[in-house]
Design a protein around this ligand. Structure first.
Ligand SMILES: Cc1cc2nc3c(=O)[nH]c(=O)nc-3n(C[C@H](O)[C@H](O)[C@H](O)COP(=O)(O)O)c2cc1C
Length: 355
């Protein structure tokens, strides 16, 4: 029976404490990763939105700052073909907002790409030799995964159901992240389980632990040491925390996101597809209240965000978060401010050290 003295994950990943920083695209870079690594956890670098040069530079800065294992995180979504009909329907839904703000309806804005893991990213991994590679939205094609494993990297995959956990174990993951319904950011789902059947962490975790032989990492709504201990009591070999670090000094979030997280609204999150086309949990804002939170009109991932960009660019400088994705998990009100290393050390101390 796994326990707080379960060393499988620390041995597998080469870390001192079984606490992983959730990779958070658009919210954390190598500064956050270094802070968590210095505290003895696993630093993670979200790579889905990075060009190869930026990725190389960030890894170099991490390596200069600390000699510790590093997790590089990639998305594995299938890129959807453009759908002109849906795109037009989506723009029609948003037209009243464009009109109210006096923005011409045909305005286009540049948005950051979200790349699925491909041969170019794999070549970068081979050159950078991260100790750990984690994937969201399934796994890459077998030939690419074999190349990642041939570099010696430990591979982590994210499961939102027991079925996904079994699939990931059967396809070569060294450890599995069980992502509960409470989690902030995108749902890692990849086997098309309807949202309505994706379980919360308390139900999912022990079932995943029973279903697979590899270590299981609990993620979703873990906001303090009590929740870390609970996850271990349910069989987790480690935990992955995202929202708990969003208010830290090293998090790179927008001022409106920080303000929402520090307001009473932080306790009201929902899963929405409005901002990217894929279900993700964030703090409820005006767009989610008025159009969703889920809409069949939103184009497939990641295209939905493009039509929102002009609205966001016009309103966000005035502190308005109506069109901003405010990713956060259900435990957001527990998030604390301060240096990420201090937050991590205090969590580790309170959760893992015998009193
Ligand atoms: C702002 C934000 C961005 C995220 N981006 C990613 C990402 O790029 N890759 C990934 O695998 N998971 C991402 N996630 C999900 C996390 O890996 C993890 O499942 C989640 O943070 C756990 O729930 P918690 O936020 O309640 O701790 C993100 C989460 C948040 C809050």
């Amino acid at each position: 029976m796994p326990s707080l003295r379960d060393h499988r994950l620390t041995r597998l990943l080469g870390i001192d404490h079984p606490l992983l920083l959730a990779p958070m695209a658009g919210a954390g870079d190598e500064a956050l990763a270094v802070a968590i690594a210095r505290a003895g956890g696993l630093g993670s670098l979200p790579c889905a939105m990075l060009e190869a040069d930026t990725l190389r530079a960030r890894v170099a800065r991490f390596r200069t700052a600390i000699d510790a294992p590093l997790n590089l995180n990639f998305f594995c979504h299938a890129e959807a073909l453009p759908d002109a009909v849906r795109e037009a329907r989506w723009r029609e839904r948003l037209a009243p907002y464009y009109d109210a703000l006096g923005i011409p309806r045909d305005t286009r804005a540049r948005t950051a790409r979200r790349r699925p893991f491909d041969a170019e990213a794999c070549t970068a991994v081979e050159a950078l030799r991260p100790e750990v590679v984690s994937f969201h939205f399934g796994l890459p094609a077998p030939a690419l995964l074999a190349r990642v494993k041939a570099c010696g990297a430990r591979v982590l995959g994210c499961a939102t159901t027991v079925e996904e956990a079994r699939w990931l174990a059967a396809h070569g993951c060294d450890a599995i992240i069980a992502q509960g319904w409470e989690a902030g950011g995108h749902r890692g789902a990849f086997l098309e389980a309807p949202l309505a059947v994706q379980p919360g962490l308390f139900a999912l975790l022990p079932q995943v632990v029973d279903a697979v032989d590899c270590p299981v990492i609990a993620a979703g709504g873990i906001g303090d040491a009590r929740a870390i201990r609970a996850a271990h009591a349910l069989g987790a070999a480690g935990v992955q925390l995202g929202t708990a670090f969003l208010l830290s000094d090293e998090a790179r979030i927008r001022p409106v996101h920080r303000a929402a997280l520090q307001s009473p609204r932080a306790g009201r999150t929902a899963v929405t597809n409005l901002f990217s086309g894929r279900p993700a949990r964030g703090i409820v804002n005006r767009l989610m209240e008025e159009l969703g939170p889920m809409s069949d009109d939103a184009p497939a991932f990641p295209a939905a965000g493009a039509a929102l960009a002009p609205l966001r660019e016009r309103t966000e400088p005035d502190g308005i978060d109506d069109f901003v994705n405010l990713w956060a998990g259900e435990a957001a009100p527990l998030a604390r401010t301060g240096p990420a290393g201090t937050i991590a050390r205090e969590l580790i101390e309170a959760a893992f050290k015998p009193s």
